[in-house]
Ligand binder design. Sequence first.
Ligand SMILES: Nc1ncnc2c1ncn2[C@@H]1O[C@H](COP(=O)(O)OP(=O)(O)OP(=O)(O)O)[C@@H](O)[C@H]1O
Length: 690
Amino acid sequence: MSTIPHYLRLKPQGESAEAKEREYLIESKDDTQVKFVQTTNVNKFTRIFDECSQIDLYKGVLEELTQELFQDKDSVLFTLGPSNSGKSYSIYGNESNPGLTIYSLNDIFNKIESNLADFRYFKKHFGENFIVGSSASKEKTGEYGLSLSVFEIYNDRIRDLTLDPSKTQNQSLDIVTDNKDGKIKPNKLRQIFVTNLKEAKLVLHKSIKRRAVSPTNINEQSSRSHLFIYFNIHKVVGRLIKTSRLTIADLAGSERTKTAKTVGKEFKEGNYTNTSLTELGRILALMKSKRFDRSILRTSKLTRLLLTDLYGNLNQNRIKILLTLDPFSSISNIIHAVRYIQPVSKVTINSERNSLETITTEFPYQVSQLNEEVKVLREMNAKLEDEKSESEAKLLEFEAEIRREISEEFETKIKEIEVLHAGETNSLKESHENILNERLNLLSEDYESKLESKSAEFDLTKKNYEEKITAITEGTNITSEINQGLKKETDSLKLEREDLSNKYNSIKCEVDTLKRINEEIKQSVKHFEKKYLKKSKKVEELEEEVKILQEQIVSLKSSKKRKSDASLVYTEDGVKKNKTEETLPEFDDKENDFAVPFSPAMRMGKSSPSKHFKFSDEGFGISPVKKLNFEIASPIKKNPLMELNQDTSVTSPKKSPKKSSSSKSPSKSPKKKKLLARNIIDHDNLFEDE
Ligand SMILES: Nc1ncnc2c1ncn2[C@@H]1O[C@H](COP(=O)(O)OP(=O)(O)OP(=O)(O)O)[C@@H](O)[C@H]1O
């Protein structure tokens, strides 16, 4: 006979100066017993771990349970202890000091990694709550598989920690027996299939991070929930899947709320924790009693999940408890925590390990019988489930039927009541109608008299208005006459305005024409002025030439006189006579005054006058000077516009109508022809002038 294995781990003092100042609360101790200060009792443990490494703890506590997983044995290890005493450290550890779970996983994978089965077997068996990662391979032909489940009990609610917290805010899973593996567990709890240590560590790390923690006076990151980890080893046996489970539970700190100085939410959490731990202690104590009833486990979720396994496995040594204490903390917390473990130390169990193997070899018939029984029971269970759902459906139908019947019953009752009250209603209706009629009569009389007085008033008002309308109509007639007169006047004014505007337009046109003419005249005057200046220049040149000619004439005259003097003969009467006097005509200097039009070229001695004028001995019938005189005088006397036209015709030899008669002579040069034409014109003009 022995007790349930229960271990104590003592937290080391720590290196900080503050830690070193703290009092050591252990009076005496060895490998299995410890006595704390201020206490009289000696506390016994299966083994006490002081200043031990993580691996030593694993080997001393969990290694055995891990190995037994492969012998189809379920195991439970849970840690107890005040806050900050090292429960989480022992179970998970840290990067440099991995905890019990990591060593256990490492051992599991060492066994199964080369013997993994195709995950589809497990998926098919467990269904939607069996989660397979992308790294899982189908090609495996081994027999094992490992899945992890992580959940917490927080304020008596169960939450799956493998799910995102946003999806599990108000989650509270029920506890059920899973038909697939026959285990008690939270309903729809996810099982995460992992194929190597790295994956398994990741699942653990992620899930533990989601655990409810809050600061207490003792620990900044105090775990406020009971955390459960399931290592499910699945084994393919023919067409069956066998599952054995290792449960590791990290229970919330068992410190007294007074020491933890918690308030509000934390105080409530503390109460839940303490209640569940007290319940755990109570049930552990009861377990040794013959009066123990399995139904007592149902009192809390913690006891149901932990002690159902404990109860079943009690005699098989597959349950272990680890208490962690900090011997440098508070004695009251230590005593408080030890109190939970005391009942366990008193529970004696059969040291003979009645494993399944021994049972199978010793009682093969009974085992096969029991297996048959289990099979039948499972079938019955399935049938009962079907019946249950059928009954539920029937219940719903039945409920609907009852509702229908009740509503029909109510309807008939309502009708009966209506019939009962029909007579009463009619008499009431009549009396009400009478009262109403009387009131209506009174009201109508009153209204009629009021209506009469109002209609008289209306007639009077109507008459007044009619008179006013007549007066207004008369006034309207006068106004229309005035309007007509005004209209006529307006029309005539309109006509007048049209007339005036027409006149204005024509005057405007005239003014525009005059302006244009004026502009043309201005242009002509300008043109003429230019021409006049040109001609004046020409006149000056001609005058110059005339002067030269006159000088020549004078010299010619004097030479002529000399010649005539030389030919003079005295007549009988003493008068000097020219020898040729009879043949020569009388020559009046003034009358026959002429000028040879020398061009500037002639004056320069480049051309002789004889080239331009033909001096005939027969006489000078036409005087070019006359023409010159006319040309000088005419621009001043004539209309400038006429002058412009004449000038154009004269200066343009092609257009001149007079040119044709004189230019016909083929013997004459163009210059001579021009001069000849001018002489003819001059001749005509001379006659006109005369
Ligand atoms: N055996 C040990 N060796 C070294 N350090 C330890 C040991 N035990 C605990 N610690 C340290 O003490 C601190 C508190 O430990 P831990 O968080 O495990 O306490 P806890 O009991 O889980 O507290 P709570 O219940 O409040 O969550 C941690 O920093 C941890 O590293």
